[in-house]
Design a protein around this ligand. Sequence first.
Ligand SMILES: *Cc1c(COP(=O)(O)O)cnc(C)c1O
Length: 375
Amino acid sequence: MISFNQPTLAGPEFDYVAEALERMHLSGNGAFTKRCQRLLEQAFGAPRALLTHSATAALEMAAILADIGRGDEVIMPSYTFCSTANAVVLRGGVPVFVDIRPDTLNIDEKKIEAAITPRTRAIMVVHYAGVAAQMDVIMEIADRHSLLVIEDAAQAVHADFRGKPLGSFGALAALSFHETKNLMSGEGGALIVNDAAMAGRAEIIWEKGTNRAQFHRGEVARYTWVDLGSSFLPSELTAAFLCAQLEAGNDITARRLEIWRRYDAALLPLEAAGLLRRPRVPQECGHNAHIYFVLAPDAARRDAALKRLSEAGVNAVIHYVPLHSAPAGIRYGRMATDLPITDDVASRLIRLPLHSLLTPEAQQEVVAALAEALA
Ligand SMILES: *Cc1c(COP(=O)(O)O)cnc(C)c1O
């Protein structure tokens, strides 16, 4: 079986975890957490980065920081993971789903303005497969309507738009270091705080609503409950593991890009023959090879192809059930308009195996199996 994903070690993980164990500071916000946060602050040019136990947690922090309250609307794509919407719903807010672009599968920036109402507070952007949404247009719309931009950059570590890192555009951005992401620590994530005015409160929310971090820096005489918050910190063991991955990040991304490009070249003839459509990456987007997907000509051929790929020993998978058609999405969210592109793409998309250990030979097998499955 050619597996869809295989978590890969960068190398120093064991040594770093051993170092954390020797230091015996195992709760959060120790030396490795600070080292990771410094690396992220440098990479994003952000005043503050806070490690979390997941992107889900970082999105929840973002919704608290954005002061999303009962009935507040947040514009987002439906073609995303449920955590994007859950963060809003947990504050009593309403996700408002906007259709995606057929090329990048990201929120269609031309459809955002029509979805804005007096209740709209924020736009949540998802960079699907590490390919950027049109951030220049989206930031301009947000500015004009005084809306906050939150980037769900869970898939977008090491990707950029016009050379600027994804996750550095919105006031806030969430990263994921889940085992299935490019850089990982099993479970893990980070909140990137690009708006310096939010940095102090972010740290308080992160530390259960207390000013503990300020206390440890000697800025206040004692620590106490000062605001909303929860337990969003990962342990030092997780941070130690993550540190190894962050430091090797460029190599890991380069290896994935090589594999992505090999698929892209090998699948060109199948696209030319009308059997599938390959991903479209606009000129201004530097992507990170998080996902290699193809679109089958229709839903029936997609479903048949998945079955045949599985029989051929290739673990290819679909992606999201669009949130607007999921039970909780129907209950808690609403569609700005019909979402024909989202429905169509979700029914035709196939993700191919992609991980650092995938060999050129295995890729040839995948391509051959796909050609047969779609023929
Ligand atoms: C993976 C992912 C998440 C959730 O990440 P966790 O770290 O598992 O919480 C959220 N949004 C998107 C777009 C993702 O791909």
